[in-house]
Design a protein around this ligand. Structure first.
Ligand SMILES: Nc1ncnc2c1ncn2[C@@H]1O[C@H](COP(=O)(O)OP(=O)(O)O)[C@@H](O)[C@H]1O
Ligand SMILES: [Mg+2]
Length: 219
């Protein structure tokens, strides 16, 4: 599903930072991978490059058989929209939209009609245990609920790949557990491939495999 080959990333500045150094690995379809390592070891850089939010200095990323490194920005945006769901530490929900509108948003962006988008968003929220929170704005929801909304939004187009950067990093352990349980349930239901960055051993324990990073390298 994901094939990373000899990936390097340098941030040029006053001092050049080698955020990634010659990283290679594969992730099979349906695998759930935890990426761990100290702060600054390159985890977010790796996730952002896999997700096409950033470009590598060298190396390649193949997603579902397509080499993303040669794509122009438009094609990369399209690939991202079709194949990848993102989940972030701080949820990134739009504050003026309700839970249901946030979840429906990716559908609107693909041109779905309002009625269908609302119905599918409702179904997804019910799956996430939030059927009674559809009209709430993000700041009327707890952190755990916001993250479950973000997860419903990431999954609404059934992307084959989910990238999650510290999805439980801003949650207490009870909410973290709930988010992870939902993650696992949806992942096995849809056969989604997941690459998750986490500092949390409990989160890593939900995963099939752990990639450990240090100083921009896999160790
Ligand atoms: N846009 C950027 N410009 C310059 N340096 C960056 C940028 N993004 C990340 N870095 C540097 O790259 C290294 C890896 O960062 P990051 O991937 O965010 O680590 P992690 O997610 O493991 O904490 C760090 O030294 C960080 O300061
Ligand atoms: Mg990070």
């Amino acid at each position: 599903m994901v094939e990373v080959t000899n990936l390097s990333k340098r941030y040029e500045g006053k001092r050049t930072v080698h955020a990634l150094r010659d990283v290679s690995f594969r992730v099979e379809k349906g695998e759930m991978i935890a990426t761990m390592g100290p702060s600054g070891s390159g985890k977010s850089t790796l996730l952002n490059i896999i997700g096409g939010l950033d470009r590598p200095s060298e190396g390649s990323v193949i997603i579902d058989g397509r080499d993303t490194t040669g794509l122009n920005d438009d094609d990369l945006t399209r690939l991202r929209r079709e194949k990848i769901g993102f989940i972030f530490q701080f949820f990134n929900l739009l504050p003026t939209l309700t839970a249901q509108e946030n979840v429906a948003l990716p559908l609107y962006l693909t041109g779905a009609g309002g009625k269908e988008a609302r119905a599918r968003a409702l179904e997804m929220l019910e799956r996430a245990g939030l059927g009674d929170r559809t009209e709430h704005l993000p700041d009327e929801l707890s952190g755990g609920e916001q993250q479950r909304v973000a997860m419903a939004r990431a999954l609404i187009l059934s992307p084959p790949l989910i990238l999650a950067d510290e999805p439980t990093g801003n949650l207490d352990s009870k909410n973290g557990q709930e988010v992870l349980a939902l993650f696992k349930r949806l992942q096995s239901r849809f056969g989604t491939t997941v690459i998750m960055v986490t500092h949390d051993a409990k989160a890593a324990a939900f995963c099939d495999r752990i990639l450990n990073m240090q100083d921009g390298q896999l160790v």
